[in-house]
Design a protein around this ligand. Structure first.
Ligand code: NA7
Length: 547
């Protein structure tokens, strides 16, 4: 560990800054692996984490039914074969507690905790031109100075709590799913309202319906959802996976979304209706995110997509017994999978329960929270508990919640006021030696996150090693390289149907006032990783490296 000492550049402020080679912000999947890699390079590193434990998004998202939509055997680190051989997953999709057990195991196994400072939220990070170092501050007044500043803050960690009039007058309890109390919430016998039917609401609603006396779901946009078909991990399957991990990981890295399965190369409309229906039926039975890989062109051809969208609407009509409720649940305003497609366990079936009511708040908007519940433009609902499953200020939110200042004191908030601008989603021009793991402009949320995280962490660690071994101590992207990348990110999105979902958080549309810019890179994981490798292979093309 580096010994704390006075930083000459911070003599104007109280208390000594801890001098380090690198500060990493966040101790989820990304921050933990970044620490492991940088430590192996012999760097002094501290990870600053707001929570009291490791886990990142999984530390906070403890709502009922919280579960990953990627399958457990590949929603995991690949960097250590010993780790992937020794860890036993118990279910097809890992629940939040199991992911936390896994990440805590990783923290212990690689002795990570000694360099993580928990309970510290970074509030400011400023690049000092005179020293070429980053100065960081936390909410408890701690100060750090480092050559490299690496954000591992996650894409979905800034809770989006709607500004509904009267919320402070509510006499009951209210929670956001992304800030769920660690001790849990007993909903037994309660009248519960859930606002939001994204992936989170769709996971939580069936579980809450079983606990609550009555559940009222406030839905703004109906969603497509595919059955997850969760179940216990079969021993034989786990044995097979472990014997074939090399091939599985290779397939993930060669894929579009970081999942170890192929996207069909058959266009949806190239086969007769009956055959297409049989393909969808089989995909529906198999369950999971793989449904969108059933045909080659579901995300690029609207007519092809219509066949999938209509198939799912048909399933909703079949499952939901009350035709009026079924009608309200039919997604029509966006093509399938242009918003993040949820997967579920008994979601649509839940609306057949006597204790569940669906309210369409697109038709009758929520007007206020009263002392006893929620009032829409057409009715009042008495509630003991309100659960906001209203999502996140995605991708940029977690970064802009920190006051980050680059060369000349320029604020990242100012630079990104019209939407994020990055080179490769890894770095922003004017912010030397700062790296953003799974930042906007990288494939991030369009992929299986650990795959994208490992690729970014490896790239950043290799870059820092290269700088050191070539005598450089500063790296910064050129504005030209950044502009070209931003343009490429837009083109990649425009080649797909993704921008058609007008209310998607991919576009920032869920947060009032946020610029509408398609933020993740939609050109595919493998293509993207190849581009990053080329950039590095060409001596960090598009970056300026200085001594
Ligand atoms: P999402 O996908 O952003 O879903 C949020 C839901 O909340 C969605 O149905 C929203 O409707 C709804 N919402 C948001 N604000 C309001 C207000 N003010 N009134 C009514 N309804 C509202 O977040 P999730 O947490 O479900 O999922 C995020 C990701 O986490 C997920 O994709 C996985 O990657 C993990 P809208 O669609 O905006 O009309």
């Amino acid at each position: 560990m580096t010994v704390p000492q006075q930083s000459p550049s911070s003599a104007d402020t109280l208390g000594p800054a801890r001098e380090l080679d690198a500060v990493v912000v966040g101790a989820g999947f990304a921050g933990m692996y970044m620490l492991h890699r940088l430590r192996a390079l012999g760097l002094s590193v501290t990870v600053l984490e707001a929570g009291d434990g490791v886990g990142g998004t999984w530390y906070w998202n403890r709502y009922p039914g919280a579960r990953c939509d990627s399958e457990s055997y590949y929603y995991s680190y690949s960097f250590s074969d010993e780790l992937q051989q020794e860890w036993e997953w118990t279910e097809r999709y890992p629940g939040q507690p199991e992911i936390m057990r896994y990440l805590n195991h990783v923290a212990d196994r690689f002795d990570l905790r000694r360099d993580i400072r928990f309970g510290r939220r970074v509030t400011e990070a400023a690049f000092r031109e005179e020293t070429g170092r980053w100065e960081l501050r936390t909410d408890d007044g701690d100060r750090y100075s480092a050559t490299f500043f690496i954000t591992a803050v996650g894409c979905l960690s800034a809770a989006n709590i709607p500004q509904i009039a009267g919320l402070d007058t509510f006499g009951g309890e209210w929670y956001h799913t992304g800030r769920w109390p660690h001790e849990g919430v007993d909903l037994t016998g309660k009248r519960v309202g859930v606002v939001g039917t994204g992936s989170t609401g769709i996971q939580a609603i069936p579980v809450i319906a079983e606990q609550a006396d009555h559940l009222t779901v406030f839905q703004r946009t109906p969603n497509y959802s595919i059955p997850a078909r969760n179940g216990p991990m079969e021993r034989e399957f786990q044995r097979d996976v472990k014997a074939n991990y090399d091939a599985i990981r290779r397939q993930q890295r060669a894929s579009t979304n970081g999942h170890p399965f192929e996207i069909s190369d058959t266009p949806a409309l190239s086969v007769p209706d009956e055959e297409r229906r049989a393909v969808y039926e089989a995909a529906w039975e198999r369950g999971g995110l793989r449904f969108r890989a059933a045909f080659a062109d579901l995300l690029v051809d609207k007519e092809a997509n219509d066949t999938a969208s209509e198939f799912i609407r048909g399933k909703i009509r079949d499952i939901v017994l009350d035709p009026e409720t079924a009608e309200k649940l039919l997604p029509r305003d966006h093509p399938f999978a242009t918003k993040r497609p949820p997967i579920d366990t008994q979601y649509f079936e839940t609306y057949n329960r006597d204790n569940v009511t669906l309210v369409d708040v697109r038709q009758s908007p929520i007007e206020e929270v009263t002392s006893t519940g929620l009032r829409t433009s057409s009715a009042e609902y008495e509630l003991d508990v309100i659960v906001f499953a209203t999502g996140f200020d995605a991708l940029t939110g977690p970064l802009l919640n920190i006051d980050i200042r680059g060369v000349g004191g320029t604020a990242l908030r100012e630079k990104w006021s019209e939407g994020p601008r990055t080179y490769l989603g890894l770095h922003a021009a004017g912010f030397p030696n700062m790296f953003t793991i799974t930042g906007p402009g990288s494939p991030s949320v369009l992929t299986n996150m650990p795959t994208s995280i490992e690729q970014h962490v490896d790239w950043i660690a290799d870059c820092i090693e290269y700088l050191g071994s070539h005598g450089f101590d500063r790296i910064e992207a050129t504005v030209e390289a950044e502009d070209a990348w931003v343009e490429h990110v837009n083109e990649a999105a425009d080649r797909t149907l993704l921008p058609l979902a007008g209310s998607s958080w991919y576009l920032g549309a869920n947060v009032p006032g946020k610029p509408r810019v398609f933020m993740p890179y939609a050109g595919g994981f493998a293509t993207y990783a190849r581009r990053c490798d080329e950039v590095a292979g060409n001596g960090y093309e598009g970056f300026v490296l200085t001594m």
